[in-house]
Every structure is written in C-alpha cells, then in structure tokens.
Design a protein around this ligand. Structure first.
Ligand code: HEC
Length: 149
C-alpha cells in the first residue's frame, strides 16, 4: 500500500517535470495529503497497540506477583515487609535504575539498603526468582513500573 502510494507520487512528480499544469500539482497535493493521512493513521494504530501490549504485560506481571508470593511482602501503596511498589517504581525512575537487573542479582538494592532487609530480599533473588523466565521477570517489572502511574 505504502509502496503503491510512493510510486503514484513518483509518477506524478515525473509528469509534473514536463508540464507544470495546475491539475497535476493539485493531484500531487491530494496524493501527498493522502500519504500523510495514511502514515498518521498507521502511527496511531501502532501507538494503541503498544499501550495495549504494555497493559497486558503488566496484567501478566500482576498475576505472577501474586502467584509467586511477592505480594506477601509488597503492597502497592504501603510498606509491609518490603517497600511499597509505588516507592520502588518511583525510586527506580528517579535514579534510572534497572529493576530487571536487581531481580536477576546483577545490581544492588537502591530503595532499601538496610543489610537485614537486603538479606530478606536476597533470599528471593537466589530462590524463586532464579526459576522465573526472563519474560516473566520482565512482566513483573512492567507491573511494578505501572504502579507509579
Ligand atoms: C519475604 C518478604 C519478601 C518477598 C516474598 C519478596 N520481597 Fe521484594 N523486598 C523485600 C524486602 C525486605 C526488600 C527491601 C530490601 C531491598 O531493597 O533489597 C525488598 C525489595 C524489593 C525490591 C526493591 C529493591 C531495591 O532496589 O531496593 C524489588 C524490586 C522487589 N523487592 C521485588 C520483589 C519481587 C518481584 C518479589 C517476588 C518474586 C519479591 N520482591 C518478594 C521482601 C520481600
């Protein structure tokens, strides 16, 4: 479709080289307006799709967060044993941290650095999180991140 439109524009431009008729110019204008419209529509569809995908990833992450038992120590708004998810999301956004790396044991805690607290969470990183697939952890990260919005 896009290729066809590009061809049409090209053909019209070629025609216009030989004769500068108003009619041709009008047509070029109409076609390029059409191209612009189609491109904008495609962009919008893409954006809607992206939002939907992020949403469904976060929903999957929320389920995992509950089924894996993270929710026992982490609530959205309040600190239970571990920090509130909103606090985690905000801190990671502010400090440009990487939650995924933390959950994989590749980076240190930045929200709560109390050694006793870190030890509790460390047990999860070397325990249940080790058995989770990358895409599962990514979904959990999307969920945590989504709580700040
Ligand atoms: C037994 C309680 C407990 C469970 C279960 C638990 N956490 Fe934690 N979590 C903590 C504590 C305590 C901290 C604070 C220490 C720290 O930040 O490392 C923490 C911190 C975190 C942090 C912030 C790390 C930082 O930079 O400070 C993230 C992200 C996190 N947990 C994710 C998870 C996920 C995902 C799960 C489930 C797979 C989970 N937690 C399960 C207790 C728990």
């Amino acid at each position: 479709m896009k290729k066809l439109i590009a061809l049409a524009v090209f053909a019209l431009v070629l025609t216009s080289c030989g004769n500068e008729k108003k009619e041709t110019k009008k047509k070029i204008h109409a076609v390029s307006t059409e191209v612009k419209k189609t491109t904008e529509e495609a962009k919008k569809t893409e954006e809607v799709k992206e939002v939907a995908e992020v949403k469904s990833e976060a929903a999957k992450g929320k389920e995992l967060f509950t089924s894996k038992g993270c929710v026992a120590c982490h609530q959205v708004d309040t600190k239970v044993v571990g920090p509130a998810l909103k606090n985690i999301a905000k801190t990671y956004a502010d400090k440009k941290g990487n939650i995924f790396d933390f959950l994989r044991g590749k980076s240190n805690a930045i929200v709560d650095t109390d050694p006793a607290q870190v030890a509790i969470m460390k047990a999860n990183i070397t325990g249940m999180l080790k058995d989770m697939k990358d895409d599962e952890i990514k979904a959990v990260v999307d969920y945590i991140t989504s709580t700040a919005k």
